[in-house]
Design a protein around this ligand. Sequence first.
Ligand code: FES
Length: 167
Amino acid sequence: MSQRVTRRQFLNYSLMGVGSFMAAGIVLPMGRFALDPVFKSGSAGGMITTSVKISELKEEPTKVDFKFEQKDAWYTSEVTAFAWVYKDGDNVVALSPTCKHLGCTVNWNGDKENPNQFFCPCHNGRYEKNGKNIPGTPPLAPLDQYETGEKGGMLTIGKKHPNELAK
Ligand code: FES
């Protein structure tokens, strides 16, 4: 015997389906939020271990890649970024490559006429080695700095903060 679905039943089923979907959209992220601390055990103190040995760093800035997880609401993705890193005596300096003018990427020694500086090709912005913006070029602030550290001889990179070297 065939059972016919009435219009009312069809509407009830449809609304229940949509309602369940919407409830899942609210409840699942809450669960993820509650469990978040459990998933956070990856990088101790927020420092990311790179594949570069501290002993390999030089006084010349080098590009060092690092990866971290970026959360956008409940969506997590792996992002690759880099810093310009160099040794300054016993200190390790890591600078953000993001130009403080309009956010292009700066290069070390990118302008042959002005060696030993960071150069932004977008509008000819220039910075000294410590990240200080050079007056008369478009950037109005120094390059940001990253916290640095060491774990088992490897360079670790932490939070970005305003430049403390450029005075
Ligand atoms: S974005 Fe770097 S100089 Fe304009």
